[in-house]
Design a protein around this ligand. Structure first.
Ligand SMILES: [Zn+2]
Length: 276
């Protein structure tokens, strides 16, 4: 009896180890949701999963994200769902940490895993903006001063032409008075999405910012260059009167940049290296 028990225990504990050792994975018979081992739904586009991992790792490496912040992508085969990691520091995200969320911000396959408190940022923007396919929320230090002074970001060079429409500022105090500053429900998410409007970036007073793009490479480009722009704008305005891109320049540059994301994205993935 005792031997049987030991064998049973070994089977339970050894199974995940065997699964994680890499023989080419046999595709399970298409379950609708994540398996008990935490593997993502095999019906998901593997490219989206990979790109989401690359985006998390790259933005963490660049200091745009730190122990906090998150990246999501709308599912290409089901626009009513999006993908995002379980609650985890972005530099540690792997494919198997990625969960599916509905547009109310609820994970359909969490299986007890902790979720980001601010997942409602993503859900609300996907609800409000059908054109948005990927979102970054960060607490980038360079950007914070522009949200608390009301100055906002303006395009200081062609690489940040997507800031041409300016950056609206979401002040959570205007909506909900004294809070813990987190957008941790759908009501606050809707208020944030409303302030974002059709812009690429919204600043959050005393908190951070959100970037909304049409793809993962685009939104990573926005998050990266919004951060660069913030540093350059602070330097330039400290030096003296600053001439930003005109609205016409911003429009033409932004149009030109949309064809250039692939070049940066290939480099950034290379910098990240191997992912798991
Ligand atoms: Zn936050």
């Amino acid at each position: 009896m005792r031997v049987c028990k030991v064998v049973a225990l070994l089977a339970v504990f050894a199974a995940p180890l065997l699964i994680s050792s890499r023989a080419p994975a046999q595709k399970p018979a298409a379950p609708a949701m994540a398996s008990a081992t935490g593997a993502p739904n095999p019906q998901l586009n593997p490219q989206l999963l990979d790109d989401l991992v690359y985006a998390n790792r790259f933005l963490a490496d660049q200091g745009v994200l730190d122990g906090f912040g998150h990246v999501s992508v709308r599912e290409d085969s089901n626009p009513a769902r999006f993908l995002m990691s379980r609650s985890l520091a972005p530099a540690l995200v792997t494919r198997k940490d990625i969960l599916e969320y509905d547009l109310n911000g609820e994970a359909i396959d969490a299986e007890g895993r902790a979720l980001f408190a601010e997942r409602f940022i993503h859900a609300a923007i996907y609800r409000a903006r059908p054109d948005v396919k990927a979102i970054v929320h960060s607490h980038s230090a360079a950007v914070i001063p522009f949200g608390v002074t009301g100055i906002g970001l303006r395009p200081i060079f062609h690489m940040s032409a997507f800031l041409g429409g300016g950056t609206p500022i979401f002040d959570i105090h205007d909506v909900a008075g004294d809070t813990n500053m987190l957008v941790n429900d759908n009501k606050l998410g809707d208020a944030l999405a409303q302030v974002l409007g059709n812009h690429a970036v919204v600043l959050m007073r005393g908190h951070g910012s959100v970037d909304a793009g049409g793809s993962i490479p685009e939104v990573v480009f926005f998050a990266y260059y919004a951060d660069v722009n913030a540093r350059l704008q602070a330097q330039a305005t400290a030096l003296g009167a600053t001439k930003f891109l005109t609205p016409g320049e911003a429009e033409k540059s932004a149009k030109n940049l949309t064809g250039q994301y692939g070049r940066a994205w290939d480099l950034w993935k290379e910098k990240v290296g191997k992912i798991d």
